[in-house]
Design a binder for this molecule. Structure first.
Ligand code: HEC
Length: 457
């Protein structure tokens, strides 16, 4: 078995190969906001204990409880009543719960309030946030503690705690930990346990086989090294990620992610500073594949070209790629930075039928999620996967990092931009146990672009 750094190559190859369409799409990406489908309850009948608590316990307390990511608990009437108006406002605007995808295919961990639930909260807040009968109050939900996937086979920890300063700009810190693996390994799951949820905003875990991450670490005093958002080397594979609300899951039996012998694990932590010094020691749990591995879990970034003129409030980018053989798509993850406003990822089947994959109508850089399909999506050879993205580089975008706006291109800094749809899939014809090894998609696309160049000449 030869494990190449095909993912790193894939990223580089795609920057060159992605096929942007020249024509802008005239369709508006976001449908107009609709009014709520809610039939009001009798006047003054809505209470916290009977109506509101069940909604909050199911959709909010996973984060809004002590020790979790949200800034306050929403576990009791007292916690909630004093914030009734803010709660009504954030749920109406779909800011909370922070589930950013519009309804589409069913996703794992989908967390979205129905119009009826939003209506109940609005009515409750508008009528003075009544408590109601304490006997109606449901039990607080129990949340699992410790590793969700059980004890890992190997726990990789930051070598020492990192002290996050009280103030300054957000920090992207990369911690390099050698695996010491003398053999190639297969991972069935990677679970990340943030050390300090008050400051850990999100975590990405990459592999490095080039030694570059170690070099960067050696040059930077203190644990790890700092970047402006990128990792500073060509990744040999992203094996995990954590953001509030994301749950690590095990690949189905027979599917796993390769880790080449001698790899370093690079844990990138994005820290939010919260006004006082904090320490963090984030851990990564590795779960090795138990049985024989038949298919490689593949990650492929579909990219779009970014060159966004200063002041352009509605800059559109589209890109698509052919699907070279029958594949099973398991999750998608859009990625843009601060100018991104909206992204749609969809497939077009060989018969022309469009299959929505994910639509994030109001992109929020703070909530970058991977959308895992409840039913993996089968894409036959000859399908196409496309992305449509919209950016706002005007002064009207409150997140615009440049004042006045500047031309913005692709780059690793948060103030640069990106346009990416990560596709997580397996190739149906691959069977490693039967010696059927399918080359990486990037090799396929490279061949395709060479063929195109030849015919063009
Ligand atoms: C996945 C974690 C998560 C879930 C689930 C979640 N929240 Fe939050 N919430 C946060 C975090 C983190 C913040 C603070 C940062 C921010 O505003 O994005 C926050 C902030 C808030 C705020 C303050 C907003 C402001 O502008 O001051 C309110 C109110 C709130 N949440 C209500 C809710 C309600 C109601 C629900 C459920 C319907 C919910 N949240 C579900 C993580 C979550």
């Amino acid at each position: 078995m030869k494990l190449s750094s095909s993912l790193g190559l894939a990223i580089i190859a795609l920057l060159v190969i992605a096929v942007p369409h020249a024509k802008p799409d005239p369709r508006p990406l976001a449908p107009d906001a609709k009014t709520l489908a809610y039939s009001p309850r009798p006047l003054n009948s809505v209470t916290f204990t009977k109506d509101v608590a069940p909604i909050l316990f199911n959709n909010c307390t996973s984060c809004h409880r002590t020790g979790e990511v949200a800034p306050f608990a929403l576990e009791s009437y007292k916690d909630t009543a004093k914030r009734a108006k803010t709660i009504a406002s954030v749920v109406s605007k779909h800011v909370m719960p922070p589930w950013k995808a519009a309804p589409g295919p069913a996703y794992m961990d989908e967390c979205r309030l129905t119009d009826d639930q939003i209506g109940v909260i609005q009515q409750w807040a508008a009528e003075g946030a009544r408590e109601g009968n304490p006997a109606d109050l449901p039990a607080l939900p129990q949340f699992p503690i410790g590793w969700r996937n059980g004890e890992p086979d190997l726990v990789i920890s930051m070598p020492e705690a990192y002290t996050v300063p009280a103030e300054g700009r957000d920090i992207y810190r990369n911690f390099v930990i050698p695996t010491g693996f003398t053999q190639d390994k297969w991972l069935a799951a990677v679970e990340i346990r943030p050390g300090n949820r008050r400051v850990v905003h999100h975590v990405l875990v990459h592999l490095d086989v080039s030694g570059k991450a170690r070099e960067l670490d050696a040059k930077d005093p203190g644990p790890g090294y700092r970047t402006g958002g990128g990792i500073g080397f060509a990744s040999a594979g992203q094996i995990g990620g954590w953001a509030p609300g994301n749950v690590a899951r095990r690949w189905p039996d027979g599917i796993a992610m390769p880790v080449p012998a001698g790899s370093d694990v690079v844990i990138q932590v994005h820290y939010n500073l919260n006004g006082k010094p904090e320490t963090d020691r984030t851990q990564v749990g590795l779960y090795f594949a138990k049985g024989p591995v038949d298919k490689r879990a593949r990650l492929f970034p579909l990219t779009g070209r970014v060159n966004i003129p200063a002041g352009d409030a509605d800059h559109r980018v589209t890109s698509s790629m052919p699907v070279p053989s029958d594949v099973t798509l398991r999750s998608v993850m859009p990625h843009m930075h601060l100018l991104g406003r909206e992204m749609k990822i969809f497939a077009t089947l060989p018969n022309g039928k469009e299959l929505p994959l994910v639509h994030v109508p109001e992109w929020d850089f703070n909530w970058q999620m991977s959308y895992v399909f409840k039913q993996p999506v089968k894409l036959p050879r000859g399908s196409k996967v496309s992305l449509e993205a919209r950016y706002d580089n005007s002064t009207d975008n409150p997140r615009n990092p440049n004042s006045p706006p500047k031309n913005v291109r692709w780059g690793e800094q948060t103030t640069d931009e990106m346009c990416l749809a990560y596709l997580n899939f397996t190739v149906d014809s691959e069977s490693l146990t039967q010696g059927k090894n399918v080359p990486s998609i990037s090799d396929f696309l490279r061949q395709l672009s060479e063929k195109r160049k030849k015919t063009a000449n």
